[in-house]
Design a protein. Structure first.
Length: 93
């Protein structure tokens, strides 16, 4: 799902580099998703996650920015705010 969205975002504009050139993702998709879920669920900062995964903070920021909309499409997270476990207002009718 992410790969198709990423490829679709690249198609409408002309290429500036050859296919395969440019920065490679330092995190595989599963690690990107794990970093995003830990960030959303536990509120870990991007700096902490960067140290944990051994990458730069900007890599985590990019991963969270790309994975979070996918989770929102699947209704796993809310787009507007993070529902924390101690926030009981989301469980009340």
């Amino acid at each position: 799902m992410w790969h198709e969205r990423h490829q679709a975002s690249l198609e409408p504009r002309p290429r500036k580099r050859a296919v395969g050139a440019g920065a490679k993702h330092r995190l595989v998709f599963i690690d990107r998703r794990l970093a995003t879920l830990v960030h959303l669920r536990h509120g870990a900062t991007h700096d902490v996650l960067a140290c944990w995964f051994g990458v730069d903070r900007s890599t985590i920021t990019r991963a969270v920015g790309e994975v979070r909309p996918l989770l929102a499409e699947l209704n796993w997270v809310e787009r507007s705010r993070l529902a924390l476990p101690w926030d009981r207002s989301r469980y009340e009718p």
